[in-house]
Ligand binder design. Structure first.
Ligand code: MRU
Length: 351
């Protein structure tokens, strides 16, 4: 990758605190925000200043370290109790992206593995684990992109939804990684980006990232997807994911399920990009994935502009679940999964 977008790093560890790009400010401004406390991290995740499943996990890992770094205790049990309490707190920030819980679990596991060390050494190990989580995510995203390229060809047009780019991960993104890699190879890939109501991650973030990188991107409203598919303009749909259940059902930004139905109706392949940290083998089926419901104002008074009568009833689920039978393939860093997903996922995790 050889231009400015390669350097999008949504989360940086610097001067003993987390520096994030505040994603609520893009595309109007690139504002960096420093998170110094566990409450700062909780709020940043809740308000979507840091968002996208992998980025949420990375922020939570650093947040958990920050929550205990100044904690003075006499023994490991007291230390671990505090770690669990803060982990539960961070886990309450958003319910759907499994990377949040995955990262917190991994941090606690690391603490238990090194419990015989001094408390100061355990703290250092936890910071190191957060760095590992971030670095591994960057590597996983690159590998997803490379695996995805085997399904793509020069000249194709892709439709994507929400933002699964560098902003949503440590670097490169998941759904956007193959597009950046293809561009770096000199391929001419065109992208249609759904604006992604109600919070417009597609228009604010995906269109911005792709334009930064010089990718040919066309913005559409979500309800235009069927129309552009019917014109024969879309060769594949590629989205990211917040949680893949053990049977391959996949939760992603609200509207993804509808796109998968439309893709099927138009005989277009529908692909999910997901690092293994997004696959939740403990959740057997998609209907068991908790779906976040957000504030009604996001729909009736989005970005501070009232567009519905005061007091109207609103339903605002942030995610939906695409059933496995609508998914052509799930592309991970370890390889490409095809149906039946339950078998492929078991193989991937060697269970
Ligand atoms: O509510 P958001 O913006 O956090 O939702 C994000 C998505 O749905 C992404 O597609 C998903 O997290 C994958 S990011 C690589």
């Amino acid at each position: 990758m050889d231009n400015s977008a390669k350097d999008i790093r949504s989360i940086i560890w610097e001067e003993d605190s987390i520096l994030i790009i505040d994603q609520t400010k893009i595309p109007l401004a690139t504002v960096f925000k420093r998170l110094n406390t566990v409450e700062d991290v909780w709020n940043a995740i809740f308000k979507l200043e840091v968002r996208g499943a992998p980025a949420i996990g990375i922020a939570a890992a650093y947040g958990l370290y920050i929550s205990i770094r100044d904690f003075k205790v006499r023994n490991f049990d007291e230390f671990y109790q505090e770690l669990e309490k803060n982990s539960d707190y961070l886990a309450s920030s958003r319910p759907t992206a499994v990377n949040l819980f995955w990262a917190l679990k991994r941090m606690k596991k690391r603490a238990l593995e090194v419990k015989d060390k001094s408390i100061e050494e355990i703290k250092k190990d936890l910071l190191q684990e957060a760095h590992f989580i971030r670095d591994e995510d960057e590597n996983m995203c690159k590998a997803i992109g490379e695996n995805f390229l085997t399904l793509m060809k020069d000249g194709m047009t892709v439709l994507t939804h929400c933002n699964a780019g560098g902003l949503a991960t440590a670097r490169y993104g998941t759904a956007l990684a193959p597009i950046f890699l293809a561009k770096a190879k000199g391929w001419n890939i065109k992208v249609f980006a759904d604006e992604t109501r109600p919070l417009l991650q597609g228009s604010r973030l995906t269109a911005w990232e792709l334009m930064e990188y010089g990718v040919d991107v066309t913005l559409i409203c979500d309800n235009m997807a069927a129309h552009v598919m019917s014109k024969g303009w879309i060769d594949a749909v590629i989205t990211g994911c917040d949680r893949v259940a053990a049977n391959g059902d996949a939760a992603n930004k609200i509207g993804t399920y509808g796109l998968a139905v439309l893709a099927k109706a138009h005989n277009i392949p529908f692909y999910i990009a997901a690092p293994s940290s997004t696959i939740d083998i403990e959740t057997s089926h998609g209907y068991k994935i908790p779906i976040e419901e957000r504030h009604p104002d996001e729909i009736s008074c989005g970005f501070g502009i009232r567009t519905a009568p005061e007091g109207v009833k609103v339903y605002n689920p942030a995610f939906d679940v695409t059933p496995n039978h609508l998914i052509t393939a799930i592309v991970t860093e370890k390889g490409i999964l095809k149906p039946p997903y339950d078998i492929g996922i078991k193989d991937l995790f060697k269970i």
